[in-house]
Ligand binder design. Sequence first.
Ligand SMILES: Nc1ncnc2c1ncn2[C@@H]1O[C@H](COP(=O)(O)OP(=O)(O)OP(=O)(O)O)[C@@H](O)[C@H]1O
Ligand SMILES: [Mg+2]
Length: 331
Amino acid sequence: MGHCPCFGFRKKANRGEKLKFQQEEHSKVIEKKLHSPHNVSAEKPSGLLTPEATFATKEIDHSNNKAHIFTFRELATATKNFRDETFIGQGGFGTVYKGKLGKLNQVVAVKRLDTSGAQGEKEFLVEVLMLSLLRHPNLVNLIGYCAEGDQRLLVYDYMPMGSLESRLHDLPHDKEALDWNTRMKIATGAAKGINYLHNEAKPSVIYRDLKSSNILLDKGFVPKLSDFGLAKFGPTGDQSYVDTRVMGTHGYCAPEYATSGKLTRRSDIYSFGVLLLELITGRRAYDENRGHDKHLVDWRRATSTAGRGGHSDRSRFLVFQAIRSESTYRF
Ligand SMILES: Nc1ncnc2c1ncn2[C@@H]1O[C@H](COP(=O)(O)OP(=O)(O)OP(=O)(O)O)[C@@H](O)[C@H]1O
Ligand SMILES: [Mg+2]
C-alpha cells in the first residue's frame, strides 16, 4: 500500500527543481559524509542535506558497509528491463521489482524512484547514508544504489515473505494467517530494531516511519525495518527533541508530534504501540471504511473506556477473543 502522508507531503516531486546529479557526484557526497567526523552539511553540494545530517562516524565501523554503486544497465538487466513479471509492489517512493544480480549471484529487490524532485532526492540520499551507517539483524540490508542521470534506484536484500502489512490485511485465501507466536516474534524483532536505532547507534536515529508496510519479513518471518528516507538523527546536547516538518502516516503518527513538530524517540514508541495493536487485533492502523472507528487507537480507547457505560467486559472479551483464536485472525 502506498504511503499516506499525515501532514506535509512525503516523496512529492517538484519537477521545477529537478536535479541532475551524476553518479560520481552522488558517490562523492555519500563517501564524504560517511568518512567525515564533522558536520559536512556546509558543503551542500546537493543543497538538499540539512544540518541535521551530521555524522560522528568515528564510532561506527562502516568498513564493511560500503554500498555498491550499480549502473542503470546492470539493474535493468537484473529486473529484465523492469518487466511486469518482476514487479513486487508500489509505494510512495517508487516501484519495487525482484531482480537477480548476475555478478553477485544474488536475488534482490530493486526500488526505482519515480519522483526526482527535491524531497525524493533528499530521501534517496538519507536512505543511502543511514543504511550505509547502520547495521542490525532487524534492519533491511542495502546492497547498493544507482544515481545515473535522472535515475535513482536502491538495491536491497530480497525479503521472501513480503511486508507485514501484506501478511496482516486482505490476505488471499491461499495464504495462512500469522499465528500468535509469529506475531509476537515480529513485535520483538521490530522492538529490537528500534532499540538499536535509539540506544545503540551513534548518533542515535529516530525512525519516523514505523508501520506494518515498512516491516519486511525475511525467511522464518524475521522482521526487518525498511525505508529510512524520513529518519532523523536524534537530539544532541540538552535538546530533548528535533524540530522538523511533520511527516508520517495516518494512524501511526504520535499526536504530540503532529501538533508541535517536535520529534522525539517517543514518537517512534507511539507508532510501535499502534503496530502492536495492529498485530494483536488484525485491524488496520487507519481504515477509511470504518466510519467513526477509522483510527485503531481511538477504537481501542473507546472499547477500553466503554466499561464505564457497562460494556467493558464484553468489548475486552471481543478483543481477547480476537487475540486468542487463530481462526479470527482474518478480519
Ligand atoms: N527488500 C524487499 N524485498 C521484498 N519486497 C520488498 C522489499 N522492499 C519493498 N518490498 C515490497 O515492495 C512494495 C512497495 O514497497 P515500498 O516500501 O515502496 O512501499 P510501502 O512501504 O508500501 O509504502 P511507503 O512508500 O509508504 O513506504 C511493498 O509491498 C513491499 O513489501
Ligand atoms: Mg515501505
